[in-house]
Design a protein around this ligand. Sequence first.
Ligand code: BES
Ligand code: MN
Ligand code: ZN
Length: 496
Amino acid sequence: MKYSLSSATPANLSTDCLVVPVTDKTHLTAGGKQLDAASNKALSKILHSGDLAEAQASTLLLHGIEGIKAKRVLLVNCGEAGKLDGRNMRKALQGAMKVVAGLKARNVHFLLTEASLSDQDGSWLVSQTVQQVEDSLYCYDATKSKKAPKPALKEVGLTLPETTGRAAASSAIKQGKAISAGVNVARELGNLPGNVCTPSYLAGQCKKLAEQHSSIKTQVLGEKQMQRLGMGSLLSVSAGSDQEAKLIVVQYQGSKKANSRPYVLVGKGITFDTGGISLKPGAAMDEMKFDMCGAASVVGALTSVARLQLPVNVIGIIPSAENMPGGRATKPGDVVTSMSGKTIEILNTDAEGRLILCDALTYAERFKPRTVIDIATLTGAAVATFGNVVSALLANDQSLADELMSCGKQALDPAWQLPLWEEYQPLLDSNFADIANIGGPRAGTITAACFLSRFTEKFKWAHLDIAGSAWNSGKEKGATGRPVSLLVNYLCQQQA
Ligand code: BES
Ligand code: MN
Ligand code: ZN
């Protein structure tokens, strides 16, 4: 998509569709007022007629207005000016893009003058507009025999808020495009079925990423190598599967200092979760193809980071396996030894995410990370607690937790913290091993994080349980690409 900045008089913009924000039912922004004047008050007459529906993000499409060069004007209801924040603005942009996509317009222009948000600046608005455009263009067709037609939209024009400089806006465009590229990579990997997106496929995609960016190197460990490292916990998960488990290590070198300590992202890459011998019930089991969305978000974030050439070092570690029942599968009661040396009693083979993550987290120690963030579709309890609105966040370092929450809030990809208190730890006691892999039916998201915390004592660590936020169910079933924008926002704010 081509983006361009314009300072032309709004009435003279020649575009297929000019998007004009409206607040307080009839209020136009400075740019909108110019249009209104040029069109002999056509816009304000229409607005006062009440035809623009009251609901937030409602739209009204107008054709061939005299005095306005644009073929169409799309009025978008942004609600009360006093309450216009980033969230409401995103809804309005989504509403507008839905209409634009249906029009088959070749180009669209957003009149963003004076669209001042209570909690975000102009650069944010530019970046968010780009992200909503790119988001609306994503269409899954990888496993359909008829490919989706190429989107008609080729060019997007932006008229900026007065206070936003051109340099800031250009970099916001670049940032928005890079984040969207990462989000869409994560969505695509998430949406691919389990018979395509296997651990080996994920490894192949990470090798491709390294071919595309000289700043990235990818290393893939197979089961033999993991055995030598003592990753008995990870390997217990793939034991029942014909697909070989992989540990994928993607290293991005952005810092000028070669040995600058890295930020490590660890993503759960269960390419299908049947539950293993503790087999899941059949309903909606297909959605367990999304159990690698943590891994997908790591690949997505690294895609964005490489495009932005961020001046930091980032390492993605992706433990990947398929969780299957079978003659060689791990059974409830089995005890395995993790890479850390700690023994684990596997009371439920469906609590497999933590079993692959713990060895990946131990492996992360060798990089002397500044921080480690793991991202995992870890517990049904996170869905029960937060639905699809926020990701659950738990951490052993409060300033890291605070930072991630604030990055998520800004990126409109929120996370909310749960307590990682020691009172919960005894729930993981085992009579037969150092630790059990489940903590019983209560406080499932917290006890899962407690399990991981036993393997993260040597570094600052945060855990994002994205079981609710990583994909949508129902008619809109599909991966969301979360929390790529949270992660990229976090990495953008780190020092070299
Ligand atoms: N991948 C699932 C978590 C999940 C379930 C995510 C449903 C989204 C929707 C995970 O591997 C799992 O099965 N967790 C179990 C843990 C339990 C056995 C302690 C769960 O949450 O039920
Ligand atoms: Mn499971
Ligand atoms: Zn799982």
